[in-house]
Design a protein around this ligand. Structure first.
Ligand code: 5GP
Length: 213
């Protein structure tokens, strides 16, 4: 039987750099899969349907909720965002690690359903840096930027509900930290019970064979 993959949940305020860390992580860990979320927000310049998000209507989103097609969902900055269920469940059972880049409301829903998930909160090195990054991104209106900045403090207060905190000062260092967390989690005894059983059985078998000459 395949060992189930690790479900990694990355959250943090807008501008913390979760997206950049995710991309770097996917490059450095080829077995890792990214769960593309569904959203009712409009695509930003350069964003592609099915790659960054599944950009869908509010009606379709509500239909997905009704049909239990989402593992979690939340309203964030005035739009719906949610994680399609099937992809995540399939990949985990195939033994692939899956990363969700979602907000704290969604993360807490996942924690109830997947207590064995790994919850990482990414923070920027300072509030000034956060503001600077959101402005430099140049993809959002001032109104959206203001909404995101004022939500940041409330989001930061959720950090204590996560397993790990990673300060994203330098993307490569922060990515290496998240990658190390995944590696450590994959080696947890609790995730490898079948392997332990197998090793014990072959050890006992070898002992028996030795006793019987
Ligand atoms: P953005 O509009 O900047 O792409 O994302 C806004 C916020 O929504 C971010 O905090 C992002 O992590 C969160 N988000 C993206 N996808 C999902 C999702 O599937 N579920 C939830 N709950 N939040 C999401």
């Amino acid at each position: 039987m395949k060992v189930r993959g690790v479900l990694l949940v990355l959250s943090g305020p807008s501008g913390a750099g979760k997206g950049t860390i995710c991309q770097a992580l996917l490059k450095s860990r080829p077995d890792m899969c990214y769960s593309v979320s569904a959203t009712t927000r409009q695509p930003r310049a350069g964003e592609k349907d099915g790659v960054n998000y599944f950009f869908i209507s509010k009606d379709r989103f509500e239909e997905m909720i009704q049909n239990d097609e989402l593992l979690e969902y939340a309203s964030v900055y005035g739009n719906y965002y949610g994680t399609p269920r099937q992809y995540v469940e399939e990949k985990l059972s195939q033994g692939c690690d899956v990363v969700l880049e979602i907000d704290p409301q969604g993360a807490m829903q996942i924690k109830k359903k997947f207590p064995e998930g790994v919850f990482v909160f990414v923070v920027p090195p300072s509030p000034e840096e956060l503001s600077d990054r959101i402005h430099k991104r140049g993809t959002d209106s001032q109104e959206v930027i203001d909404k995101r900045l004022s939500a940041a403090a409330a989001e930061l207060a959720c950090a204590s509900k996560y397993d790990y905190l990673v300060v994203n000062d330098q993307v490569d260092v922060a990515t290496a930290k998240v990658s190390a967390i995944i590696t450590a989690e994959k080696n947890r005894v609790a995730r490898n019970c079948d392997l332990i059983d197998k090793v014990c059985q072959s050890f006992l078998l070898a002992q028996k064979e030795e006793q019987h000459g």
